[in-house]
Write a new protein. Sequence first.
Length: 406
Amino acid sequence: MSASDNLFQRSVRDIDPVDWAQVRSRYPAAQKKTYLNIASRAIISQAVREAVDAMLDGYLYWRKTEPNRDELLDATRECFATLIGAQSHDIAITKNVTEGLNAVASAMTWQPGDNVVFCYELEHPNNIYLWLALREHGVELRIVPPRDGAIDSEAFASRIDGRTRLVTASSVTFTPGFRTDLAAIGRAARAVGALFLVDSVQSCGVIDLNVNREWIDALATSTSKGLLGFPGLGFLYVRQAWAQRLMPRAIGRFSVEREGLHQSEIEGLEFRLLPDARRFEAGNYNWLGIVAAKTSLDELLSSGILAIEAHATGLATQLATGLLQLGLPVNIPPEPLERTHIVTVGALGAGDAYTTGDPQLNRLSAALKREGVSFSIRRGLLRFGLHCYNNEADVAHVLRIAASVV
């Protein structure tokens, strides 16, 4: 297929070559089945398994591991900061996306007449309920409708004004899986002093994102999807200028300046919160999740996020194009650059998380499951998500199954 024929191609330059077969060999699940479900949950590499096993041995045999923990924590922050173009002190360790989003929302002081801008139809529920709850404080919810299945950045900008306190959007929607023009929204929010909060769980680890380039003030993600780690660990980025203005509702030993004392000691009745995102860390850490994240981040960074994006979106393009040629209702973003590693098929909202509203797609779903293809259904759409471990054989397998159904 030529570049002119490719509806979804995103031009990426100066990418070092990657041995994708070698990358694939690190992931046992990718070799045992056709795994196209990264939008729901990650598979892990052999190296991640070995790193977690080593830490578990420390607990099993009571080998003292504490002297290495601070180094591990700092290195993990640094890896994630590198991935998103941030500084390590701007990264807090959380449990998941929901905790990160709520940490920011609850740290703000809301007044009647303030407003929040978001796209109700395309956000995951965990980036909706916390804003609905603000209505009892007199906060206005400005809901922006989507444009052809995508978050409409121009419409967002038109709804932002001097009473806007917070604007939120997903970097890539969980369905239909289109990329958001974050920079356009971020610039509009920054112009009025509103905080721009991004849910990046569907992009981190697969799609290039830079918090400075995109004008992002805060970003929440977890390691359970594209970062190829475990559920129960997440990251929260907060731009330092904003972190110093936010008062966390949960405060603990790791939220405050410790004056060099052990974590079990207290300095006195007065304390100072850390001056950056780390003030959002209240309790002890999920060390197994951290060692898994550090190992996975090392692997992702060694391949390079631009290379991973080009690889995954290229395969997604092949899959989407092949399904279109079979006459299936593939969701095409309004702009070519909004295409990502996620491919969805069907009519948004025509079904639920179990079946679609299209008998033909339900037959395809059943056939894919019989043939060992891992995918998901969300809001009535068949959803396929690709990553660094996928290859053209995975795409061809799905297309063969689809051809047998249609």
